[in-house]
Each structure stands twice: as C-alpha cells, then as structure tokens.
Design a protein around this ligand. Structure first.
Ligand SMILES: Cc1ncc(COP(=O)(O)O)c(C=O)c1O
Length: 345
C-alpha cells in the first residue's frame, strides 16, 4: 500500500468471508433471529421514515431508551456503529503516539489493533495458564507501564472467563488511566454486570452491544455508558451521522422489548454446560465459560472434519498453541458439531 502511514507498515486489510450457508459457529453471533414481534413492530415503523432526511445525529430516542433501561440519563450514553466504532472513537480521542494501552492476553484482538493504529503500544497482561484472570499481572502491567488506557473484557472473548467486581474495582482504583470495560457478552452470564460502577468511578467506560444476545449484529449498534465527560470524548471524534435511521429504530425497538430475550439466557446457560460436559467426557481440553462460546483445544483431525462438514469454528494461536473458539448454535447445530467431534476424537 503505497500511501500507508510508515508506522502501520506490516498491517494488512481486514476481511473475513461472508458466510450464509453451513453451520456458522465462528462469529459469536446469536443463532436465533430477533423475535418476530420486534421485527413486526420495526417494519411498521420503517414505513413512516422520511428517507430524504438525515437521521437524528444524536440518536436521541434510542439513547433515551437505553438510558431508561439502566436508570441513567441520556448524557451517560453514546451510540456507535457497533462497539467497534465506540472503541475506535475512544482510542482516537484518548491515546497518542507513544502511549501505552494495557490489555488482557488473550482477549479481543481489536484492542491491540486500535492501539497500534493510533500509534500506541499494547502492553499485555497475561492470563493464568488455565486462562483464569491474573490480577497481579494486570496490576503490575499498569504499575510498570503507566498506561493512558486499560481495556478489560468480561466475559472475555475468546476465553469466556468473567472478572469479579472486586478485581475490576482494584484495577480501576490502581490507575488514573481511562478503563474500558467491554461487556459485549454480559447478558449471557445471567448477571447484571458492572454498569453501576460508572456512578462511582469517573475513569470507567462500560461498553455493550446489540450484536450478541440481542440478535442485532446486522444493524451494527454498540453503546458506551459513562459520565458525561467521557461520553463527550466519543461525540468529539465520531462522524456526524454515524448511526443510520434504520439502526436507531431497530435498536430502540429491541431495547424496549428486551424482556422477550429473557428465556434465551437459560438456553445458553444449559447448552454451555452440556457442551462442556460432552467435550470433557471425550477428554478434550475445554474451559468453563459465561459467554455464548467455549474456548477449547481441538485436534487437527477434528478441525479438518469440521471444515469438511462446513461447520465453521474459529481457530486462534496463543503462545504458539492452536485453540478453537466455538460459539453455541441451535440445538441441531450443537448436535452436529458434537457428532463430528465424537466421530473424530
Ligand atoms: C469483546 C468484543 N467487543 C466488541 C465486539 C464488537 O462488537 P460489535 O458488533 O458491537 O461491533 C466484539 C465482536 O465480536 C467482541 O467480541
């Protein structure tokens, strides 16, 4: 790339194939569409849209609906094109060339990618060998690197482990850096998460998304919750009409009817226990999770068999070892996955 910034040399364009067939267990999406009742309400409202007009650039009605759901104010909410865009805005507004950003390792790769894009250096705080969270590594990384930003992910992608409230408090209290707590998968845990901490700590931003439990990956809507001063960081650097009118409308409809998703949480809890037990019985290395995916080590033979059957799972390398992150599908999809694993274990 002739015109690429010199400090980005070595980075490559990001593409993944758009899959529409086969068993898709590689993107941590919901295997179920949004509830029909929500889709019907949305379609009725779409008919009333003035497509000739720009959307509300402040997503006011959507922000109010999100704020109401968490007993917050509109000024505590920022909306973006997925939490990806929110992350990008936060990095853009907060970090400069030469800054350090402490991230969990392993964790969602975009944290390190954004750090690099904005000229910062990611500092890795390694998990324990069993992938549980290592608080000392995190506190040492913060103490030694004096970061501008710390990014936590709970439940963590790709391992599914959850950080305790105690640990999160210790981390936030140990630093003046802005702490991002990405709770993209929190709804699957069945727990409330730590949004409540934004009322106590001025250096905390919590991220949530419609892409996972809420089955809205297609609309691209993520949001940040924090004190106004941190929300302003995002609104200072984002593009003017970032969230389109269709997305604002669908996301508002979803959040206003989020009770319709309640029973899905139990489904994911049951399935992750069943998959964990089935794989453990087969002698496969698999880790407990609070998310809609499981972190495991499948042999090359199993990976090849899954690929042959068009069952898509994610393969990642950590410390030179290959692991898989497998997302929970429908009961039929889970059964197909387990069948292939059993046949090749
Ligand atoms: C931990 C984590 N954060 C953020 C995202 C981005 O989500 P969104 O679809 O809201 O951009 C993902 C996507 O997989 C994720 O795993």
């Amino acid at each position: 790339m002739k015109y690429l910034r010199k400090d980005l040399e070595g980075m490559v364009p990001y593409h993944t194939p758009y899959l529409t067939e086969g068993i898709i267990l590689n993107a941590n999406e919901s295997p179920y569409n949004a509830p029909q009742q929500i889709i019907d309400l949305y379609v009725e409202e779409v008919k009333k849209i003035n497509f000739n007009r720009y959307p509300d650039m402040d997503s006011t009605l959507l922000k109010d609906a999100i704020a109401k759901a968490y007993d917050l104010k509109r000024e505590n909410v920022a909306c973006g094109v997925g939490s990806d865009e929110i992350l990008q805005c936060l990095f853009n507004a907060v970090v400069s060339k030469g800054d350090k950003v402490v991230v969990m390792n392993p964790s969602f790769s975009m944290y390190s990618e954004y750090a690099k894009i904005y000229g910062a250096t990611p500092v890795m705080a390694d998990a324990n060998p069993d992938f549980t969270f290592n608080l000392d590594n995190m506190l040492n990384a913060i103490r030694n690197s004096n970061p501008r930003m710390v990014v936590l992910c709970s439940p963590n992608n790709p391992t599914g482990i959850m950080l305790s409230e105690d640990d999160v408090r210790k981390i936030i209290e140990s630093t003046d850096a802005l702490v991002i707590l990405d709770e993209a998968y929190i709804e699957f845990s069945g727990e409330q998460g730590l949004i409540k901490l934004i009322n106590e700590y001025s250096n905390l931003v919590v991220l949530r998304t419609f892409s996972k439990l809420y089955a809205g990956a297609a609309i691209r809507l993520g949001y940040a919750l924090s004190i106004k001063d941190n929300i302003d960081l995002i609104d200072t650097v984002r593009s003017p009409y970032n969230v389109n009118v269709l997305t604002q409308l669908m996301a508002k409809t979803i959040i206003e009817h989020k009770v319709l998703y309640k029973e899905r949480i139990q489904y994911f809890k049951d399935q992750r226990r069943a998959i964990y037990e089935a794989l453990t019985k087969l002698g496969i290395e698999v880790y407990p999770t609070k998310a809609n995916f499981l972190w495991m080590k499948l042999s090359d033979k199993i990976n090849e068999a899954l690929a042959r059957e068009n069952i898509y799972v994610r393969t990642m390398t950590f410390n030179g070892e290959k692991y898989n992150r497998v997302c929970i599908g429908t009961p039929d999809e889970v059964e197909e996955f387990l069948k292939v694993v059993r046949q090749n274990a």
